[in-house]
Design a protein around this ligand. Sequence first.
Ligand SMILES: [Zn+2]
Length: 277
Amino acid sequence: MNHKIGAHVSISGGYLKALERIIKIGGNCLQIFSTSPRGWNTPAVNEQSGKQFKIEAKKLNIDPIFFHASYLINLADEGKGGHLSKQVLIAELKAASFMGVKGSIVHLGSFKNDKSENKYKTLIRHIKEVLKDAPDDTLFMMENAGNNKIGQTLDEIAQIIKDVNNGRMRICLDTCHLFSAGYDLRTKELLEKFMNVFDAKIGLDKIEVWHLNDSRDPFSSFRDRHENIGGGSIGLDEFKLIMNHPKFKALPFIIETPGFDGNGPDKKNIDILKGLL
Ligand SMILES: [Zn+2]
């Protein structure tokens, strides 16, 4: 398989278990949490255990590997939450460097109905500080939002990328969130149109990774509940178009689907995607 297709899997039992899990469901790239995503934890990994993970992943040809940052992150928070968000991300990216993980995929947070100039400035300052204090071989990937959080429109993403102005600031595009936010990519014409706009505003070369998820909600719902591939309102055509597009086909595709048994991303979802190649 030339394509890079993988999933978000659990690290329960340790990082090495995640490698076993992704192999078992037929993936060749991977997304994991570095630690529990529901608290202000930092990853329990040192240089030695990190290197062991890197060696094992290489042996198994699992590449690339990404962290998905904690759900608590809010880099626009001017108070303690913003400071903690920054510290946790820096620690995570230090672990990423040991472990051969490319970097962290981050939901930037929320302006909470108050997009003041100060909050926006705080957001940009925090991202810059993370990039400055994290190892140079790690990436910061902002994920597009679909639920009225930061990064929902291409204009906002473009502004953030421009203001951060750092080559290590990259983008993860999630199909479910694009769909929720009113970006329809379900036909060849619509996808091309989207890509032209994206390229003009941001640059297609900023896209590092795709999250392929179907949507449980209707188009432009501003909700972002994921559904199994082909089981939601997006349908298979969009996934087929994206995965086979000459501009995208070399990128990694990661699923974060609920799973046909409800136990998270599974072989069946990955097999459906493979069937679209
Ligand atoms: Zn996602």
